[in-house]
Design a protein around this ligand. Structure first.
Ligand code: ATP
Ligand code: MG
Length: 559
């Protein structure tokens, strides 16, 4: 698990060079941007990118812009724009007044395209998409481009008429004139504009030609004064084109593109197309289903901003692609909640426990610590009576070897925060199912260990008072995918779904302190895990908790 250690951040090393005396941005403010495409919700992969973008700006006392990359006229949706802003704020980052849309630069993009044509560096091409492919050449054969030498005036005229809507989709393209023999196919006279008679979510029907990302993106960066354009590794081969664009149009700034590895996590998919398919086909309840790797899903699951930022920081900014165990994300959450979550008692699969020698009708309050890691978080009183609920699996009619919990005439066990009890038997129904566990308590053993130093052989078990508790629904989650790598290319990811990823338990019993529980809040249900009230479905009349993460740690750092 070498990746999961603090690694030297090579991006920061580059920036240090750039801003040092004599460096290319000496004396300038470091300025980054995060450019999500508003066609889906942010996921944990985007989170890595935005933590690098905003985090780098933060580290250098610089600025980070938020820019909706809506250059492509398909698929964008205002719903996503608002959700993206909310998610970034939730993580604790802010773009101030520097919020932009890529489409706001369409006019500029057009002007720079005209500039390229005028300089003899772009031309209107009329190869069909099929011909374009056919003429691409291969590593040993240069591409063929029959329209490369079209006179400048003719290209200018055609490009204007393309804009004016004279031609149908794909009839013409505008191509940059770079190098048909380049070993990098992105440089073989790439298309920089195409005709698409499509409505744009912000520009309406103003445009029927749209710039390609590789052309629009460097211009957007340059116009915003971005110094460092940080992006994922798939853009590495596009960097020469990025540089070509900023060098050949008269933009005011020359940003530097630096690439980092995309984040991959096992047992999940991190492609918006696949996430959308899960939502649209009803495999999950929505983008914010607590099993989704989206930020809204993780938030609803009970993830905290600190746990996610911590996770991304520890994963680091490796240059080689890496897949991180989902268990490491859980480890980061558990670590945070262990510090912050209030401990409470809840019984998920309840069976009645009757303390036969405890007076009927009596009840008392016992004191329980809110968080043993933080005595300053104080204590609270929990009611105790003759009738309690305990976990069904804390009792066995016939003990198995090493079983240290309740069984007839078994060891003394402590009821957490309350008394020592000893099981005396049970009541069963006609099918032999246990309906009630019977025990006696030692009235002298209230609270901590008894004064006589008696050794308690049995386990400490949790409980709730049947006379004073609430019913709840509890949703327990496992990996959405059984397969460790459902995102692998060529794999039918839908066939890798884990049919047991959601288990809904009803009739759970939780202590009265949770009667008013509502999100955001996290609790440790003692001995069970960390749980949070569901932000959509939990109400005082119908409590619903999500299991954020179990207590058990399957992740071993350094293994
Ligand atoms: P998808 O392939 O899921 O559609 P995308 O890269 O097209 O993702 P964008 O909205 O364009 O999604 O992404 C915004 C930024 O987040 C980009 O800079 C992109 O490089 C980065 N990003 C997306 N996915 C990851 C990932 N898994 N790890 C790191 N960065 C990512
Ligand atoms: Mg993208």
């Amino acid at each position: 698990m070498a990746e999961i250690t603090e690694s030297k951040n090579f991006i920061h090393a580059f920036i240090d060079e750039d801003i040092a005396e004599g460096g290319r941005y000496a004396g300038q403010t470091v300025h980054t941007r995060f450019p999500p495409e508003p066609n889906g919700y942010l996921h944990i992969g985007h989170c890595k990118a935005l933590i690098i973008d905003f985090g780098t700006a933060e580290k250098y006392g610089g600025l980070c812009n938020l820019r909706m990359d809506d250059t492509n006229p398909t698929k964008e949706d205002v719903e996503f724009v608002e959700a993206i802003k909310e998610d970034i704020h939730w993580l604790g980052f802010d773009w101030g007044d520097r919020f932009y849309y890529g489409s706001d630069y369409f006019e500029k993009d057009y002007e720079y395209a005209v500039e390229l044509i005028q300089k003899g560096l772009a031309y209107v091409c009329e190869l069909t998409p099929e011909q374009f492919k056919e003429y691409r050449g291969d590593l040993n054969t240069p591409a063929i481009s029959p329209y490369r030498d079209r006179p400048i005036a003719e290209s200018l005229d055609l490009f204007r008429r393309m804009r004016d809507g004279e031609f149908e989709d794909n009839r013409y393209t505008l191509r940059a004139k770079i190098d048909l023999a380049s070993g990098n196919f992105n440089m073989r006279d790439p298309v920089i504009y195409r005709i698409r008679h499509m409505h744009h979510h912000r520009q309406g029907d103003k445009w029927c030609i749209y710039p390609m990302y590789d052309f629009a993106h460097p211009i957007q960066d340059a116009l915003e004064g971005i110094t460092h354009s940080l992006c994922s590794l798939e853009f590495e081969n596009h960097r020469p084109l990025y540089n070509w664009v900023v060098e050949n149009v008269s933009v005011p700034h020359h940003p530097r593109q630096i690439e980092f590895a995309r984040l991959g996590i096992d047992h999940t998919v991190l492609s918006k197309r696949k996430l959308r398919a899960l939502v649209e086909n009803g495999y999950v309840s929505g983008w914010d289903d607590p099993r989704m790797p989206t930020l809204c899903g993780l938030r609803r699951r009970g993830y905290t901003p600190a746990s996610i930022r911590n996770f991304c920081e520890r994963v680091g900014v490796a240059k080689s692609p890496n897949t991180i165990p989902y268990a490491f994300l859980e480890f980061c959450l558990r670590e945070d909640l262990n510090e912050t979550a209030q401990r409470v008692m809840a019984v998920l699969k309840p069976v009645k426990l009757t303390i036969t020698n405890y007076p009927e009708g009596k009840s008392e309050l016992v004191t329980v610590e809110n968080n043993p890691n933080h005595p300053e978080d104080g204590t609270r009183e929990v009611s105790f009576s003759r009738n309690l609920w305990i976990e069904a699996d804390d009792f066995l009619a016939e003990p198995i070897p090493k079983y240290k919990r309740l069984y007839p005439n078994g060891p003394e066990c402590r009821l957490k925060g309350a008394y020592l009890i000893q099981c005396t038997g049970c009541v069963t129904d006609e099918n032999g199912n246990v309906t009630e566990v019977l025990a006696t308590y030692d009235p002298e053993s209230r609270g901590g260990d008894p004064a006589d130093g008696r050794k308690v052989k049995g386990a400490t078990i949790h409980w709730v008072d049947a006379e004073n508790c609430c019913d709840a629904e509890v949703r327990q989650y496992e990996n959405l995918f059984d397969d460790p790598d459902p995102d692998a290319s060529g794999k039918d990811f839908l066939s890798c779904l884990n049919p047991h990823s959601l288990e809904v338990l009803t009739g759970c019993k939780v202590e009265a302190a949770l009667r008013e529980a509502k999100a955001p809040a996290s609790y440790q249900f003692m001995r069970l895990g960390y749980f949070c009230p569901d932000s959509k479905d939990c109400t005082p009349d119908h409590l619903v908790f999500n299991r954020s993460v179990s207590l058990k740690d399957s992740f071993k750092p350094g293994k």
